[in-house]
Design a protein around this ligand. Structure first.
Ligand code: F0G
Length: 466
């Protein structure tokens, strides 16, 4: 099997093109929609005779692949140690020698016993994509798309970002010896992410606009300069980002969870995971797929609004505002792909408030796991799905945690100091919420350097002599 045999299929009009022919903005010339990667074995693939004759039509064999993918975990080869390229039979987009990897993927699937208990669920899991090399799920997509950039001979890559894509791109570009251009909204991304892009040597530009404004500027730049676009409109990103679906199945010994809960920003990740699960079903690895639900912040909720209004016609962009800065996105590029995943898997879209996000983030922290605010929307959304019975007690739900807690430590510190939320945001708080906030808030104590003083503080905390 060749490792670089694929085509691009337009998700709007269905036209198929060779990967190398795609426009620099990754939009279809015919209809302007986005592409997805298609292989000879993909569902509904239309595969040219010539390619089939050259032996490229290969039907993956689930039993053999499950075994091979496990075996690779003990290999010393870089491509085998990557939790993305370990599955390379299902993402043949570049030749093996062109792969740029930081050993991404293979992230933990944690149990969340305390949160499960408080929600009345038997079992709750969190797939922590924040445990990737640059601290977010973006690494799995970046290894894929940046490897394609290398094989297409680009020397410059670029992205507009709310911070995590840029951190990942800068790191992978540095590994590959490529130059990278980062466009970020000035003052609106977390410091940890900004520092990463500088540390990895990107040309970092803070534009006086929001994320959606950065996307607009970059879409013009890639038309005028030979710069390879690494935003999630690039369909190769999604090929890498589909692999956590394979990992979740492996980690659950091929038992399919009932629900996967994903944060929604530009809506590429939910699309990618949907593609991953649907490919697994199509190829016979599993018999059904989980319901994939997307959770948006109330202040950045265009998909939620679109569905509330009947889910027809075009999505109306919103002016986005949320402290979960990673998902402060008002005009999501991949909304049609995500809407299709929701429809095909039977999942829902929910919106959650700033207060609900803050509380959920602290609860995930108290499990000893932690995540960035955008990831915590998953738990806040799950609570709503449990409350009205859309997620049942016996069902298995997996939260997709997208970023590491250290990405946005400022948010965490404000939460614990009690000055994160405004009075308006706190208004309407239930008694249970108020109790949960005060139980979870851990403001640092400033004490004299005296043993007795510290022990007294400890006793106070424990509520009894220690
Ligand atoms: N969670 C985190 C931590 C993110 O960084 C993002 C997106 C999302 C969730 C949403 O994923 O866009 O695929 O729906 N961050 C992008 C960035 C946009 O530039 O880093 P999505």
């Amino acid at each position: 099997m060749s490792l670089s045999v694929h085509r691009l299929r337009c998700t709007g009009c269905g036209v198929r093109i060779d990967g190398a022919q795609v426009q620099s903005n990754f939009r279809c010339v015919e209809c302007g929609d986005l592409f997805e990667v298609e292989y000879a074995w993909s569902e509904g693939a239309v595969w040219p005779e010539g390619l089939a004759e050259r032996g490229t039509v290969y039907r993956p064999n689930p039993i053999a692949l499950k075994h091979l993918w496990q075996e690779r975990k003990s290999s010393t080869l870089a491509v085998d140690q990557s939790g993305v390229w370990r599955f390379r039979e299902l993402l043949p987009i570049v030749r093996e020698e062109r792969v740029v990897t930081l050993r991404e993927g293979d992230t933990p699937l944690y149990e969340m016993p305390r949160v499960a208990n408080s929600l009345g669920l038997n079992w709750l899991l969190a797939k922590h994509q924040g445990m990737n090399p640059t601290g977010s799920f973006k690494d799995t997509g970046m290894t894929a798309a940046l490897s394609v950039a290398v094989s297409r001979g680009f020397t410059w890559v670029a992205c507009a970002s709310t911070g995590n894509t840029s951190a990942a791109m800068a790191a992978y570009a540095a590994r590959a010896g490529l130059r990278s251009l980062v466009l970020i909204p000035e003052g609106k991304i977390a410091w940890g992410k900004l520092s990463q892009s500088m540390d990895y040597g990107a040309t970092t530009v803070q534009l006086k606009t929001d994320f959606d404004g950065c996307v607009k500027v970059l879409s013009e730049i890639v038309k005028r300069a030979p710069v390879y676009l690494l935003n999630s409109v690039n369909p190769y990103r999604l090929e890498g980002q589909k692999t956590p679906a394979f990992e979740i199945l492996e980690q659950l010994e091929w038992q399919v969870p009932h629900h996967l809960i994903v944060p929604g920003g530009n809506l590429a990740n939910s699309s990618a995971l949907g593609k991953g699960f649907m490919e697994m079903k199509h190829l016979g690895f599993i018999k059904r797929v989980p319901k994939i639900s997307v959770i948006q912040a109330e202040g950045a909720n265009p998909l939620y609004r679109w569905l509330q209004n009947g889910g027809e016609g075009q999505l109306q962009p919103v002016k986005a505002e949320t402290r979960a800065s990673a998902i402060r996105i008002g005009n999501p590029a991949s909304w049609k792909k995500a809407a299709k995943v929701l429809a095909e898997t039977g999942g829902w879209v929910e919106q959650v408030s700033e207060r609900e996000i803050a509380l959920a983030k602290a609860e995930i922290g108290a499990e000893g796991i932690g995540c960035e605010p955008a990831s915590a929307v998953t738990l806040a959304g799950l609570k709503k799905l449990v409350a009205d019975g859309r997620v049942g007690q016996e069902e298995t739900a997996v939260l997709l945690l997208t970023g590491h807690t250290l990405k946005d430590s400022e948010y965490t510190i404000h939460f614990h100091r009690g000055d994160l939320l405004t009075t308006e945001e706190l208004a309407g708080q239930t008694a249970a919420e108020r109790a949960a906030f005060s139980r979870l808030q851990r403001e640092p104590l400033v004490l004299d350097a005296d043993v007795d003083v510290v022990l007294r503080a400890l006793e106070k905390e424990a509520g009894q002599p220690v």
